[in-house]
Design a protein. Sequence first.
Length: 228
Amino acid sequence: MQRQSILVVEDEEDIRELINYNLTREGFQVEAVATGEDALQSLKKTTPDLVLLDLMLPGVDGLEVCRRLKNNAGTSSVPVVIVTAKGEEADVVTGLELGADDYVIKPFSPRVLLARVRAVLRRQDSPPVDEDDTLEIHGMVIHPGRHEVTLEGKKVDLTLTEFRMLHLLASRPGWVFTRYQIIEAVHGENYLVTDRSVDVQVVGLRKKLGSAGKMIETVRGIGYRFKE
Ligand code: CA
């Protein structure tokens, strides 16, 4: 099997070398660049299997690289993992809304970084879930066609909004959804329009799910995720 290739974009040399060393040692083919301009150049020549993207870069910053990559038909399906410093959750939210797949907060351990990279590559390889397929996860069965959820065999009474939120989160376990992405996905019910209303819905949904409610995790400053 051909080695999977990763484009690393990081202006801090120490971190770039650390990432390069760890990914190479794990068998990945790595190209490491220091600027957004170099990243865009590289993407014109070769299409990597994944991009590890620092956000704070001099010149063309990481968000702009992400925007251009996702807007280009040739690279739009390349998964992006954002690397950013603590306290920049707002940029992570923007990155996820631009189409980034996941993020890692600095300082990170190489083990965590590798786990995230592998998880994103694994999701990329697995066939997409059909919107209408019944989902079975953590003792929960979600029937999209019937708008019905059962928990350990018992039917749970959900509103349409709660159902759509649960279906969205559970269809991609481990993925972080921003509040805006949740609003977009459950679209159609006009009262769900603010970040705050998403939070209120989640509280209600968790309550109805009982002990399974903890499967919906809050990702501070960013959004929500269904446990993997
Ligand atoms: Ca940086």
